[in-house]
Design a binder for this molecule. Structure first.
Ligand code: ZN
Ligand code: ZN
Ligand code: ZN
Length: 378
């Protein structure tokens, strides 16, 4: 299901890519970095909409502090590149050329060069040999903070992906997805098919955990048959036009007893408090503290065993993380999950998750599927 290479457009205009490169250059300037080199991984599609083939043949984007950027790409892959002449030049290399010499030539006498975290060692070692005296830095401090701040086109892409999984969640909540008598794995396959049918180019995960299995936050759906009167936790998402969705909803296959109803009410309050704490200028940790304190006060503190949320964008889990100790401040454009859970070992578990974007007007939920715990006869 997971295709390594995205053939879809990355849902961005040339001016949006320019905005991103400008953000990155501003950070390069702060850190007196002469050149940024990115290869395989998500930084390149973020910056120019092209994802390098994860092969031994070198594809590398060279972004100098000043002057034009250059994509060094195998000649046989050049047809896959959408050229943006105002944004970057293309140097295709043939089978008998050594592309590291081209990259080294573009770096010239630069002294401080940042490289992508996922660049292969074979490329980096080759560059280190060719460019003595260079101080090598990681690109994560340069591209990471830029990627955290989503622009309007990125928020639109995240919203479209969120709405797609909302439609699946609504089918789950209204009993249109059969549960009782089927294995978790079968329901997971069903959700995966719907993720694709709703327009995602790939499925990232479709966790289905029923009964006591729901007490394991990252349960792998298995052979266990879903029975009546169980909580069924579904946490699923994919990548659509390069951006990720991620939602968790729970249903009960029968009547909701008092214990479960009370826990769900606390979980809803906790999730709401976490979302409302997603305010520009507060620490990321405040989202975790707000969600957690509701569950602690209601007596479920020991059963909330993970952080409250993670950033989301071109990757399912990326910065910023909503966790105790994360003192970085929330900025307008940060997109992240708020997903508190209660896990009672051996008995049951529940989680409620939405994707939220921080804006100057306050936190905005991208997911709009109901927060109720539905009793389904399915
Ligand atoms: Zn997760
Ligand atoms: Zn999730
Ligand atoms: Zn999540």
């Amino acid at each position: 299901m997971a295709s390594q290479v995205l053939d879809c457009p990355m849902m961005a205009t040339e001016s949006e890519f320019r905005r991103r490169i400008d953000l990155v250059r501003a950070r390069m300037s702060d850190r007196t970095i002469d050149t940024l080199l990115v290869s395989v991984g998500r930084d390149m599609p973020y910056l120019i909409g092209y994802e390098a083939m994860p092969l031994e043949r070198l594809t590398m984007l060279v972004i100098p502090m000043d002057g034009p950027s250059t994509l060094v790409v195998p000649a046989l892959e050049e047809p896959r590149v959408s050229p943006m002449p105002g944004l970057f030049d293309i140097i295709p290399w043939g089978e008998t050329t050594e592309p590291l010499d081209i990259v080294a030539g573009l770096c010239g006498d630069d002294r401080r060069i940042a490289v992508g975290d996922q660049m292969w060692a074979r490329f980096l070692v080759g560059l280190v040999e060719r460019l003595p005296g260079v101080t090598w830095l990681r690109s994560s401090d340069v591209v990471g903070p830029a990627r955290m701040v989503k622009g309007p086109q990125e928020v639109s892409a995240l919203r479209a992906a969120a709405q797609a999984v909302d439609r699946i969640a609504e089918r789950l909540q209204t009993g249109q997805i059969p549960l009782i008598g089927r294995s978790e794995a079968e329901v997971s396959a069903d959700l995966s098919a719907q993720i694709v049918a709703e327009g995602h180019e790939r499925v990232n995960f479709a966790i289905v955990a029923a009964g006591p299995n729901a007490a394991s936050p990252h349960h792998h759906p298995g052979d266990r048959i879903i029975g009546p009167n169980e909580i069924v936790l579904c946490d699923f998402g994919g990548t659509m036009n390069g951006y990720c969705s991620d939602i968790t909803r729970c249903v009960v296959t029968g009547d909701i007893d008092a214990e479960i109803g009370a826990a769900w009410a606390a979980l809803q309050q906790s999730q709401e408090a976490g979302v409302q704490a997603g305010v520009v200028g507060s620490a990321c940790a405040e989202v975790d503290r707000a969600a957690r304190s509701v569950l602690v006060d209601a007596g479920y503190g020991e059963y909330f065993v993970h952080r409250t949320g993670h950033g989301i964008g071109m990757e399912e889990h990326e910065e910023p993380y909503m966790v105790e100790g994360a003192e970085a401040l929330i900025e307008a454009g940060h997109a992240f999950s708020v997903e508190p859970g209660i896990y009672v070992p051996g008995r049951w578990g529940m989680r409620l998750e939405d994707i939220v974007v921080a804006t100057l007007d306050g936190p905005v939920r991208l997911n709009e599927a109901s927060h109720e715990l539905f009793s389904v006869r399915a």
